[in-house]
Write a protein that binds this ligand. Structure first.
Ligand SMILES: [Ca+2]
Length: 450
């Protein structure tokens, strides 16, 4: 790192050299003016003014008042020297389309003008572009522009004039980040003293997705856990969130390339904690050890051991007494995961534990529900609700006590919220329509036929 003092001295030295350079230009312009003045004065009514070179300059940009002749200053730009520790470049553009470009480097100062035999541009040559890699990406992704004479490029813009942050630059390549608001199209590269250069088209794609499933940890068969709030966050906070659905599935969409930590969290949906769980925790202490997720679910005081203290806390939770333990709270394994996202990342599954629920009889009660049964064309019924899982079956109990079961292959238009079944309900009385999910959850709906 440069010290501020050294930086200041460098700037001072540059300004001194630059003003010397401006004085040279000014002197040159006066000579040029005097050479042409007598002729031009006759031809124009332009009032005589002098260009304010060498004083009252802003450090990054100066504007000159129109001079009398062709060598008028329109704009001067002092640009950084492409990351060099000392040095800089500036450009003066005049109204007849010529440029004066100055360069200060390592204490040497040079100046050339557009009237010379070419080669007046900073760095000697104007940039060319040979490639773009990758040619598509999400906002936040890194893009490398390959080419030549890229040093000194001062801006890279995506389509619709969205300026990108230049992360690194050399003569042969520039690395930029796809900026927020970027849309697909060519990039425009600007270098002082040169015409803008366009790259081939870059395609801005929607962000990436991290997806997976939340399953209940303490269970023989996988039970999906709905209602888990999944958050993908970076240093700036949450970037994408989703809540697991009735099948325990989540999708964190629209993530620009980058590093994110995904964290699951859930409140509510607490059930299945009973005196039996407390007893099971107590048995651990008495020589019937719990292992794995059951052991983790039983350790409600978080001391990494399962003791009678945990059993007591679970029992207090069961009977509704205040307790200092975490029985009734959700924990996840892993508790969070960092991801480097530059593609979709699938099958990122998490195990959910309900602390205090040791025996594994938790159900996602409330997730599955049948809300209505209605006619859907001749001989067809539409069942509406939520939490319908792929592979569910339907048990229909007739008013006379008989029943029939419909397998998944007999159900149509299946979504998580509705499906149809071919069923004629003719007999008067109470029909019970019972949806049974593959994980064993079931939800009845009573249909009265008159
Ligand atoms: Ca414990």
């Amino acid at each position: 790192m440069r010290s501020p003092d050294r930086c200041y001295k460098t700037v001072l030295r540059f300004l001194l050299l630059a003003s010397l350079g401006f004085t040279v230009i000014y002197a040159a312009s006066r000579v040029y003016e005097e050479h042409t003045a007598s002729r031009d004065r006759m031809a124009t009514n332009t009032p005589q003014t002098s260009a304010p070179f060498g004083h009252e300059r802003a450090p990054e940009s100066v504007s000159g008042a129109p001079a009398q002749t062709g060598l008028e200053v329109k704009q001067a730009v002092i640009a950084s020297g492409g990351g060099r520790s000392s040095g800089g470049a500036f450009q003066i553009e005049d109204t007849i389309g010529q440029s004066l470009v100055g360069q200060s480097s390592g204490g040497n100062f040079s100046l050339s003008d557009g009237f010379g035999s070419g080669g007046s541009n900073q760095g000697g040559s104007c940039p060319t572009v040979t490639g773009l890699n990758p040619t598509s990406g999400a906002i936040g992704a890194s893009v490398t522009i390959a080419g030549a004479n890229l040093s000194g490029v001062t801006s890279v813009k995506f389509a619709v004039n969205v300026t990108a942050v230049i992360r690194s630059i050399s003569d042969s390549q520039i690395v930029v980040t796809v900026p927020a608001g970027a849309v697909s199209g060519a990039l425009t590269i600007s270098k002082p003293g040169c015409a803008d250069v366009q790259t081939s088209s870059f395609t801005v794609v929607p962000g990436f997705t991290i997806s997976g499933m939340i399953v209940y940890a303490v269970a023989v068969q996988a039970k999906p856990v709905p209602g888990v709030v999944m958050t993908a966050a970076n240093n700036g906070g949450a970037v994408s969130t989703d809540t697991s659905n009735g099948e325990g599935r989540y999708e964190l969409r629209g993530l620009p390339a980058g590093v994110y930590t995904v964290t699951p969290a859930k409140t509510g949906g607490v059930n299945g904690i009973s005196a039996f769980d407390a007893a099971r925790a107590a048995q651990h202490d008495a020589g019937f050890p719990l292992i794995g997720d059951q052991r983790a679910a039983a350790d409600v005081n978080g001391d990494d051991a399962v003791t009678s203290a945990d059993a007591t806390l679970i029992l207090r939770q069961v009977v509704g007494l205040a307790n200092t333990g975490s029985a009734g709270q959700w924990r996840f394994a892993p508790p969070n995961v960092p991801y480097r996202v530059d593609n979709d990342i699938l099958n990122q599954n998490y195990r959910a534990r309900l602390l205090g629920e040791v025996t594994g009889n938790w159900t996602s009660a409330g997730a599955l529900a049948v809300n209505s049964v209605e006619a859907s064309g001749k001989g067809w019924l539409r069942i509406k609700g939520r939490g319908f899982q792929t592979g569910l079956s339907l048990l229909v109990e007739f008013p006379d006590g008989g029943q029939v079961r419909f397998g998944a292959e007999q159900l149509r238009e299946m979504t998580a919220e509705s499906f149809t079944v071919r069923l004629r309900v003719g007999t008067q009385g109470l029909w019970v329509i019972r949806v049974i999910n593959p994980d064993g959850q079931s939800s009845p709906f009573v249909l009265k036929v008159e």
